[in-house]
Design a protein around this ligand. Structure first.
Ligand SMILES: Cc1cc2nc3c(=O)[nH]c(=O)nc-3n(C[C@H](O)[C@H](O)[C@H](O)COP(=O)(O)O)c2cc1C
Length: 264
């Protein structure tokens, strides 16, 4: 594979779940966030709220950022210009989540280059309303992921990915047959079995609704783990809509009513 310093760094990166207690300096934090902000954006629809409370942060990390899709600041300056937000909440949210994600991932890479590690935490999606209260988020700010960060106290192996031909399709999306699917599954699962990943963590996802467990840690793999997540969790869209609604994103409203403010 052709490589460069950046490609090498990206290929080496892994999520870190054990941290030294050392607090990164404000200069380091500033550099990470500023580099994050230099990511491409649609409209800079992001904010990050930082916690330096190791007792509360996941993995005892010295830093934890709540990454927010933020349309509040946009609305504020539009108001200054005599405009109101007319675009529907779903489109705004999709753009904002992109802006905030690209920013967060730039932070991950910047942190790595400064000797730190990080790990995303997806739980925010389910507790967004609580985070809104706790952090005093205004309306139209949706906290969708958290990012733990600090100096690593572990050096886990790099995790595998699908084969590239399961991801990169030139010109047209191919018909994926069982052979291709199985090959991709094996590419992922081999690592998790060889390293005893789930056995070491004792992290089998429980089967719900009377399904009988037939897997042991000898055959419980990443594709089984992921299948159990998306085959059992979050069947009801209502709960997620509630979290979004609490943060000021109404995804069921057909059309936003124009008010006098939306004069242009
Ligand atoms: C949106 C998102 C949510 C995640 N949530 C968690 C989490 O709650 N707990 C955790 O330990 N890792 C979490 N991760 C980290 C992934 O498990 C990790 O990135 C993935 O297994 C690949 O491993 P790697 O980052 O070491 O290459 C999350 C990653 C993303 C992008």
């Amino acid at each position: 594979m052709i490589d460069s310093e950046v490609v090498r760094a990206l290929m080496r990166r892994k999520s870190i779940r054990k941290y030294k207690p050392d607090m990164p300096s404000d200069e380091v934090i500033g550099a990470v966030v500023r580099a994050g902000m230099q990511a491409p954006f649609a409209s800079q629809l992001y904010s990050v709220v930082l916690s330096k409370d190791r007792k509360r942060n996941a993995f005892g990390a010295p830093l934890q950022f709540v990454v927010c899709a933020d349309c509040h600041k946009l609305r504020l300056f539009m108001r200054e210009r005599g405009w109101g937000l007319v675009s529907n909440d779903l489109t705004m949210l999709l753009f904002a989540v992109q802006d905030a994600s690209y920013m967060a991932q730039n932070m991950v890479i910047a942190a790595e280059s400064l000797g730190m590690g990080s790990c995303y935490l997806g739980g925010a999606l389910g507790v967004a309303a609580h985070l809104k209260k706790q952090l005093g988020l205004p309306g139209k700010v949706f906290p969708f992921v958290m990012l733990a960060m600090g100096y690593p106290a572990e050096d886990p192996p790099v995790r595998p990915r699908y084969p590239i031909d399961f991801v990169l399709f030139e010109g047209k999306y191919p018909r994926l047959g069982r052979k291709e699917v199985r090959r991709a599954m094996e590419a992922m699962d081999a690592y998790y079995l060889e390293t005893g990943y789930y056995r070491n963590l004792n992290a089998k996802i429980r089967l719900e609704k009377g399904r009988r467990e037939t897997f042991t840690y000898d055959d419980y793999t990443w594709t089984e783990h992921i299948s159990r997540k998306w085959g059992q969790w979050h069947p009801d869209i209502g709960e997620q809509l509630k979290q979004l609604d609490a943060c000021g994103f109404n995804l069921t409203e057909k059309k936003r009513k124009r008010n006098k403010k939306n004069r242009k």
